[in-house]
Ligand binder design. Structure first.
Ligand SMILES: [Zn+2]
Length: 292
């Protein structure tokens, strides 16, 4: 999709499922189940939606998805369905992995960093060998010392090879990556979780990452049980959604299994409402039957 001088592509890398209770935290099931129906194991359907931003200053890929390095046990537990191989993840946008200049990873959980590396034979190599991978300093440090509750979401094989191959770029705080494309630390989901904003010729957009994973998570108090700092998530959502309404941001949700991008309006009662982009296709192969 043309967006000012930028070209935006959404790549649905996989679908998977997580426990609905964990996804919606303190929200009672009868409320979320109407909007994100649970399966017989109480899991809700999710996707990994990667955003490719191509512009005059380079190509930025936001997130890497689950990747393919999963055994039968995990594929079964999370019902992971890989929709595009790591080797060809940007092919539908007419690119090869060598063409990506920057990779932004919002945080290092396996559903965001899993596709950062891939196997070549028995060696683990960066999926995007010529890119700089941007990771927050605090997130990098935490991923290497996470405690018993947090560590199940991190796999060192997703990110340690980035450092070994010299493609890791540690970022400390908010930063403009290339003119018009920013990362901002929100905290909340993890203490140093970051989101991405982009802007061209007056049009603005935002990739919320795990602050608002799906359209069902739009109400600020509807925060994931996974979040390390749920009250921070609630405040960050309120702040950025208010801005998104005022400045007419294009909003993008990383785990929405339906249409994951659109605009937000605020109704008279103060509630936010999502208006999906009905006619902008995702990359063709990435469309999951029955969810769009
Ligand atoms: Zn996630």
């Amino acid at each position: 999709m043309k967006f000012g001088e930028l070209e935006l592509s959404l790549i649905r890398e996989c679908t998977f499922k997580l426990d609905g209770g964990a996804m919606f935290g303190v929200v009672p099931k009868p409320l979320w189940d109407r909007l994100s129906p649970a399966d017989e194991l109480n899991r809700v359907l999710l996707a990994c939606n990667l955003l490719l931003i191509e512009g005059p200053h380079g190509r930025v890929l936001v997130e890497t998805g689950m990747g393919e390095r999963w055994g039968h046990k995990e594929r079964d537990r999370f019902e992971i369905k890989t929709l595009v191989s790591s080797e060809q993840v940007v092919k539908e946008a007419g690119l090869s992995n060598d063409d990506v200049d920057f990779v932004v990873i919002s945080h290092l959980h396996f559903d965001h960093a899993g596709g950062a590396t891939r196997y070549e034979g028995t060696a683990l190599i960066p999926t995007f060998p010529k890119a700089k991978y941007l990771v927050q300093k605090g997130e990098w440090e935490f991923a290497h010392k996470a405690n018993a509750r947090a560590q199940a979401s991190y796999r060192a094989t997703d990110f340690d090879p980035l450092q070994e191959h010299g493609v890791l770029e540690i970022v400390d705080g908010d930063r403009e990556i290339v003119p018009g494309i920013w990362v901002h630390v929100t905290g909340g989901h993890t203490r140093y979780h970051q989101i991405v904003t982009f802007e061209s010729t007056g049009r603005k957009g935002i990739f919320f990452a795990d602050i608002i994973p799906t359209r069902t998570h739009l109400p600020p108090p509807w925060v994931m049980g996974y979040d390390h700092f749920p009250l921070t998530s609630c405040d960050a959502k309120d702040k950025w959604l208010t801005l998104a309404v005022q400045e007419k941001y294009l909003v993008v949700f990383d785990h929405e299994p339906g249409i994951p991008w659109g605009y937000v309006e605020q109704k008279q009662d103060g509630k936010f409402n999502f208006l999906p982009l009905e006619n902008e296709p995702l990359a063709a192969r990435s469309v999951v039957a029955g969810t769009l």
